[in-house]
Design a protein around this ligand. Structure first.
Ligand SMILES: C[S@@+](CC[C@H](N)C(=O)[O-])C[C@H]1O[C@@H](n2cnc3c(N)ncnc32)[C@H](O)[C@@H]1O
Length: 428
């Protein structure tokens, strides 16, 4: 019987070699667009606001950031968003590090150190205020060791932003891995071309099968000729393990990390969903957080939100502050610049208290959002739009909410909070 799980029996050093070879061939992500804010403190303030809402102290301006498995672009994005931070970018793929370093030079960024290093071999202790580890823990030989390395490296009051694959969302990758294994296309470097060719033939073939609706739909976003890197990442990765919520919680617990919040908290809260019948609401309100999230996982299936979370070292407080600090003065970022890395020049710069939705800005926003993971699309009601336009940093939240409005004060306060964690707000 051929193994249908890639690398299922490989040693850690074999996994590292195969993964590093894969990313040397397909450095990830293909550099596209990064963003920079005109107000240098904006990203840190936004993050601190998010942490304050979860009952955590703010991170200092001169914070130390680590991006393990940073790839080609994330370290650059972090350096642009946190200009007063010092950033360490590590990766097992030398080519990705070179690409990121070259982009950093072209943008005159001097606050990133690059290091060729395996996350599992790292020996950092208690030193990073922010660890941004996206799309890496799924590709290591022993994920539990990766979580532990992050826990060790985290400053006692620091926060780790972890992004890992959700099993239900990765079924197409699993299907292709199984099919390739059944066809005898193994992981050896000499076979990468064979795997790629077979994977492409499988895509063409599956697209013609009238009864394979779900597979055909999932393949809709896959374009092997136009976008080989993302196609390879989705279909022929040598090592990918995805998790269920229960597995993710167990990995966090075993490493000594505590779940603090989802990046998109509202999307994981069933009580936030429209049309919830009162008896269900009452029942769900009694559930502990994990079970509420599992309800979303079970019902939304592959459409559940991403596993993109903040984790901390110490047990977070049980009832985080639900609203903004009274004294907080929201000031929305007046300008966001989209930098096209393919030409390393700014493609567009929008000056806005509120970015109006036009064809151009929407396209630019979507590209930017894909790169920075933290955007938020806000279809605004007129009272919400008025509120955002008035949030210029001169008035506190209670002052802003003082004006009579057709929307309840509580709802507007919650909206303000959500908007504040977004780099841009769009008027629908
Ligand atoms: C999917 S890419 C993600 C890149 C980046 N974090 C991002 O979000 O854009 C995965 C990256 O992790 C790196 N990687 C995989 N296993 C690693 C390990 N054990 N230690 C360090 N980096 C690793 C790969 O070389 C690759 O650059």
């Amino acid at each position: 019987m051929p193994a249908t799980k890639p690398c299922a029996h490989s040693s850690p050093s074999a996994v590292r070699r195969q993964v590093a070879d894969f990313y040397s061939r397909y450095p990830y992500p293909p550099p596209a667009i990064v963003t920079r804010y005109q107000r240098p403190a904006f990203a840190l303030e936004r993050l601190n606001l998010r942490l304050a809402a979860a009952g955590r102290p703010p991170l200092p301006p001169n914070l130390r950031i680590w991006a393990p498995g940073g790839g080609t672009t994330l370290p650059v994005q972090l350096a642009l968003h946190f200009p007063s931070a010092s950033i360490l970018a590590t990766d097992i793929c030398a080519r990705s590090l070179q690409i990121a370093a070259k982009i950093a030079r072209s943008l005159q960024l001097t606050n990133i150190d690059f290091r060729h290093e395996d996350l599992l071999d790292s020996a950092y202790r208690g030193q990073f205020h922010l660890i941004d580890c996206a799309g890496v823990l799924n590709h290591v030989a022993r994920p539990a060791d990766g979580f532990r390395a992050i826990r060790r490296a985290l400053h006692p009051s620091g926060v780790a932003n972890l992004w890992v694959y959700n099993t239900r969302q990765r079924w197409l990758s699993d299907a292709w891995q199984s099919a390739l294994a059944l066809l005898g296309a193994t992981q050896s470097a000499t076979q990468t071309n064979d795997r790629w060719t077979l994977a492409r033939h499988l895509v063409d073939w599956a697209r013609l099968q009238p009864n394979w609706r779900r597979t055909r739909e999932a393949l809709g976003a896959i374009h092997p000729s136009i976008d080989p890197v993302n196609t390879a990442d989705a279909l022929i990765h040598p090592r990918e393990i995805s998790f269920t919520l229960a597995q993710l919680w167990s990995l966090l617990a075993r490493s000594g990390l505590h779940f603090l919040a989802w990046r998109e908290d509202h999307a994981w809260d069933p009580l936030n969903t429209p049309g919830l019948p009162a008896p269900l609401r009452a029942r769900i309100a009694t559930l502990p957080p994990l079970e509420r999230f599992q309800l979303i996982e079970a019902l939304a299936e592959e459409d559940a939100p991403y596993f993109d979370l903040f984790a901390v070292r110490a047990n977070p407080p049980h009832s985080p502050a639900p609203v903004l600090p009274e004294t907080w003065r929201p000031a929305f970022n007046p300008s966001i610049e989209f930098i096209n890395l393919r030409g390393a020049r700014a493609v567009s710069s929008h000056h806005m208290p509120v970015l109006r939705r036009t064809e151009d800005s929407w396209a630019a926003y979507q590209n930017g959002d894909a790169r920075e993971k933290s955007g938020l699309w806000l279809p605004l009601t007129p009272p919400q739009a008025r509120l955002l336009e008035q949030a210029d940093g001169t008035r506190t939240v209670p002052e802003l909410l003082r004006e009579p409005s057709s929307e309840p004060r509580r709802a507007l306060a919650a909206f303000l909070h959500r908007a504040a964690s977004s780099p841009v707000a769009l008027l629908a």
